[in-house]
Design a protein around this ligand. Structure first.
Ligand code: COA
Length: 204
């Protein structure tokens, strides 16, 4: 079962926010949150009218995530309301299952206060502890300055671009940027670093 320990952070204006693993019981709140974000965020791909999942669908998905050891949804809530959500999914085919794909959205009113950063740091820490995971991958639309800044700050690098893959309206084509963060593994320390004799190998 994938989960993280609940964490309370305090944002500007002394607003406490709880970050925790999303549970099946969050299905309705999660659906409402997604619809809100799809409606009010410039860069989301989904349009609200295209969002077809019922509360029951969301509950099923949340249960599957909750029971999977290598997938995680994180919810941030304040005063009982969901204010941010980090989703993830893994392609379970064995040869590609070491990559986890993630998505992130913060309620408009809560943006720019490092809530996105807090969620991502917790997610990266969790992913680093999962034996099978090696890469976190995400997609971001060219021009989404806040998202690009956040991802680069946390060690994501651009791996490629699907040129003009996203269309925001008549002839307004934007690139879909693929970004990745490799998950470092602990390398066993050498018993005797001197044995490498790097000096003589690379010295003058
Ligand atoms: C992208 C998003 C998740 C970031 O979450 P957030 O909580 O607002 O982000 P943070 O406050 O942790 O950090 C954002 C960073 O971008 C910067 N930033 C914010 N708005 C910016 C802008 N218009 N241009 C450049 N940088 C900007 C912030 O200053 C901050 O950088 P800093 O920590 O170096 O100062 C949030 O804005 C959001 O939900 N947007 C709508 C949905 C979306 O686009 N999701 C991403 C899809 S890939």
């Amino acid at each position: 079962m994938a989960w993280i320990e609940e964490k309370t952070i305090t944002l500007a204006g002394d607003r406490p926010v709880v970050i925790r693993t999303a549970r099946p019981a969050d299905a309705r709140a999660l659906r409402d949150f997604q619809l809100r974000v799809f409606a009010d965020s410039e860069y989301m791909i989904h349009r609200p009218q295209e969002y077809q999942r019922s509360v029951r669908d969301e509950k099923r998905i949340l249960r599957a995530k909750y029971e999977s050891p290598n997938q995680l949804y994180l919810a941030a809530e304040s005063g009982g309301a969901m204010v941010a959500l980090l989703t993830s999914r893994v392609d379970l085919r064995q040869r590609v299952s070491h990559t986890i794909f993630m998505g992130l959205a913060v309620d408009r009113e809560w943006r720019g206060q490092r809530l996105g950063e807090a969620l991502m740091r917790l997610f990266i820490g969790w992913a680093q502890s999962v034996e099978d995971l090696r890469r976190i991958e995400l997609n971001v639309t060219d021009g989404n300055a806040a998202a690009l800044r956040l991802y680069k700050k946390l060690g994501f690098q651009e791996e490629g671009r699907r040129q003009g893959a996203i269309c925001f309206g008549h002839e307004d084509y934007r690139d879909d940027i693929i970004m990745c963060r490799h998950l470092q593994r602990q390398i066993k320390p050498l018993a005797d670093p001197a044995a490498l004799d790097l000096e003589s190998e690379h010295g003058p």
